[in-house]
Design a protein around this ligand. Structure first.
Ligand code: ADP
Ligand code: MG
Length: 739
């Protein structure tokens, strides 16, 4: 540790005005060292351009504005009121305020006692919230954010436009009288004394090349900016650094796969693949041919393949995977195909066998044998399969995660295909890879992944994208309908069934308990099959069925024994029933976007026009129609309110899964969607990959360049990077090697 760093590591109590008692409190709240405090940045800033007077605020409310605003005022009175008819927390707190133009009030319906003690007449506060009018017509801010400022700060603020920082102060500190004012003072003292000790954490060259502020300048500005532009520059520096170190980790992880045991270089022995293609009933799309070329090139190479195959729902990823497996087989290896659920594994086994059948009939000289390993298999069946894998010639092995349980012994595993990746953690992937001697690994994503995400979460994989649908496809028609229209929708199904169509009717899972779920499923079924769908053959699928039962229903549907399939569970990702061409999704507003897109992807796989009908309550459908032309431009404040409507309109507007995924990312954030927490990568404090795509590319290129030249960061100019990785990212270094 350098002398400067030692200074920054001093306990907070040494900062002027802190002392041992407050120091202990701050430590308890996670602010242990001076460094901790200096890097505890304001969560908001007050600047004159965002401030309104009470008169302006009134105008805002009258004009229908629904966003948050900030206003500064002085406390003139505090009232606590009893509210009749409220059992618990039957007190409300009103704090009356004044600014130079007029009056307003803050109000709390909960926690009156707690907040009451926080205010005193004469104190000045910056108040932020959505303004409304009270019953008596007063301008009112309910449960606002409020930050205390001094008379001086306020004067200064109004005369010079100085920006004031506001911190999220830990509750324990607040309760012990370290409020806004004292906290700001402590930060000022810390900056005065210690800012000089902050050392640059990025190599000088990178700072220059990317036009970054120095780290100490950044810290200074984050606390006391002179302008909003300055804040942006400081944030850019923080984001860049964060993204850069992340990409260093990604690059190292990727590199690490290659440093491991040597992989196989596959050499095909015959014209197996060519012969297989000659009996395939369709021609591969150009996109499929392209990705196969990339995959084949990887497989021929000695380094193990680590490739992500992306493609929209229905773009034909399975056939690509099968051909990759055939390449492995023709080179004398076994190939494993891992699916996320039993039912999918079994369906894949069936469809792969079906695709192989005509081929093996015509070319009996090829020895291809499939095996299936899934839970719920009988013991003797399981043993036969295990034996077949270890000794008697199974070379396409399909299964669930049961594939990497100890029992399974591969004979010569050369390729692993993982379907629908994001349900599997990195660790599981690593475990399966350990089974072979660094087999080639092809990961297929079920849902398209936005580019920014695939550059981070999957940045350690090479990426192949199928960006084209098979030619025979007619785009699915997607419509949004109010519930009122259900009879018409059923009539539509009726008419279409006469033409030979089959339909899915899906309900969301709303019941918490298993019993209720079963009842609801049965109810939907009874109701529909005795009314609207009464002269049709109706099947029922629900979450309380064992997978074998589900599969039986699904197979009967595929065999056209049912015209309509009612499903209360999400129809499994990846199920392929080309003849089903209508998808009705009831209460569509309860589903997430990727679920909706997956469901829609169950139709449109055949050669007929297919339909996806989203059904929502009449009001929701109406509200949704209102915003349909500007879903992209909705103000952040409105996003929350219109989330469901945005999802529905996104489905109507976009068929392209990558577009849908982008909106999803914006609405939900990355952590929620792809389990970023399990990825083994650090979480972001400053960067937001839905917005910082450009910076991400910049950081990635820089990081990958560095690791390409110096994979263990051992060159003198990279000493600093290695040191910072070890100091701040040690937990994330599991998959990286460092000098
Ligand atoms: P996904 O990418 O969603 O996994 P699948 O692999 O299940 O898609 O393919 C969807 C359907 O398209 C399957 O019925 C498959 O046989 C068919 N298919 C795949 N490739 C082609 C092609 N090039 N031309 C016509 N149909 C194709
Ligand atoms: Mg699939």
């Amino acid at each position: 540790m350098t002398a400067s760093e030692q200074k920054l590591q001093s306990p907070v109590q040494f900062i002027k005005t802190v002392g041992p008692k407050r120091g202990a409190l701050m430590e308890k709240s996670g602010l242990r060292t001076v460094r901790d405090l200096l890097f505890c940045f304001p969560t908001r800033y007050l600047d004159r351009s965002t401030l309104l007077t009470s008169t302006q605020a009134v105008q805002y409310v009258l004009s229908g504005y629904e966003g948050e605003i900030t206003i500064i005022g002085k406390v003139i009175g505090i009232e606590k009121k009893q509210v009749r008819g409220r059992a618990r927390g039957n007190e409300i707190l009103i704090v009356n305020m004044r600014d130079e133009k007029g009056f307003f009030e803050m109000i709390w319906f909960q926690g009156a006692k707690y907040f009451e003690d926080r205010f005193e007449a004469g104190q000045i506060y910056a108040v932020s919230a959505k303004p409304t009018f009270s019953k008596y017509g007063n301008l009112q801010f309910a449960h606002p954010d409020f930050d205390r400022i001094t008379e001086d700060e306020s004067k200064h603020f109004f005369s010079t436009g100085k920006i004031i920082p506001f911190y999220r102060i830990p509750k324990d500190l607040r309760n012990s009288n370290i409020g806004d004012l004292s906290f700001r003072k402590i930060v000022t003292f810390a900056l005065d004394e210690y800012l000089q000790y902050i050392e640059e954490s990025l190599p000088e060259e990178i700072v220059k090349k990317h036009n970054l502020l120095s780290l100490s300048e950044t810290v200074r500005i984050m606390h006391y900016p002179n302008s909003k532009d300055e804040i942006e520059l400081a944030k850019r520096r923080l984001k860049f650094e964060e993204l850069f170190f992340l990409e260093i980790l990604v690059a190292m992880r990727k590199n690490n796969y290659k440093l491991k045991i040597k992989g196989h270089s596959m050499q095909v022995q015959s014209s197996l693949v060519k012969d297989f293609l000659s009996v395939l009933p369709f021609e591969l799309t150009n996109a499929q041919k392209n990705v196969l070329h990339e995959i084949r090139t990887d497989m021929i190479h000695g380094e193990p393949m680590n490739r992500l195959l992306q493609g929209d729902v229905g773009s034909g990823k399975t056939i690509v995977a099968l051909i990759a497996m055939l390449i492995a087989i023709d080179s004398g290896y076994q190939a494993a195909f891992m699916a996320p659920t039993e039912i999918l594994a079994d369906q894949h086994a069936r469809s792969i066998n079906k695709m192989l059948e005509p081929f093996l009939e015509k070319f009996p000289q090829y020895k291809i044998k499939t095996a299936l390993v899934i839970g719920g298999q009988g013991k003797s069946k399981r043993n036969t399969e295990l034996d077949s894998i270890a000794r008697s010639g199974a070379n396409i092995i399909i299964g669930t995660h049961a594939l990497f349980e100890g029992q399974v012994v591969f004979n010569k595993l050369g390729l692993v295909v993982i379907d629908e990746q994001h349900r599997f953690g990195v660790i599981q992937r690593a475990r399966l890879i350990q089974k072979g001697e660094a087999p080639d690994c092809l990961v297929m994503s079920a849902t398209p992944i936005p580019r920014t995400l695939s550059m981070t979460l999957y940045g350690d994989l090479d990426v192949s994208i199928i960006n084209e649908m098979p030619k025979n496809r007619i785009p699915i028609r997607t419509d949004l309908r109010g519930e009122q229209r259900l009879p018409l929708i059923y009539k539509f199904i009726h008419d279409k069934v006469k033409e030979g169509y089959q339909a899915f009717v899906v309900y969301p899972l709303v019941e918490e308990s298993e019993k209720l779920e079963l009842k609801a499923a049965q109810q939907h079924y009874d109701e529909l099959s005795t009314t609207f769908l009464k002269d049709m053959r109706v099947g029922l699928l629900h979450g309380r069925m064992k997978w074998q039962q589900k599969e039986e229903v699904m197979n009967r549907f595929a065999a056209k024994e049912f015209d309509v399939l009612i499903a209360t569970t999400v129809i499994e990702v990846g199920i392929d029933i080309p003849n089903a061409n209508i998808m009705v999704i009831n209460d569509a507003h309860h589903f997430g976007l990727s679920q909706l897109h997956q469901l829609r992807g169950r139709v449109g796989r055949g050669t007929q026009q297919s339909y996806c009908i989203l059904v929502a309550p009449d009001e929701t459908a109406a509200a949704s129609a209102k915003i349909k032309d500007n879903i992209e431009y909705l103000a952040p404040a409105l996003l929350e309110k219109y989330k469901a409507s945005i999802r529905l309109q996104t489905m109507v507007k976009y068929l392209d899964g990558f577009k849908v995924a982008e909106v999803d990312l914006k609405l939900r954030g990355p952590g929620d969607i792809f389990g970023t927490k399990q990825s083994g990568y650090p979480e972001f404090k400053y960067a937001d990959i839905t917005e910082d795509g450009v910076l991400l590319v910049e950081a990635k290129n820089e990081a990958f360049d560095i690791i390409r030249k110096d994979e263990k960061l051992s060159l003198p100019e990279h000493k600093l990077l290695a040191k910072n990785l070890l100091e701040h990212y040690s937990e994330n270094l599991k998959y990286a090697k460092i000098a």
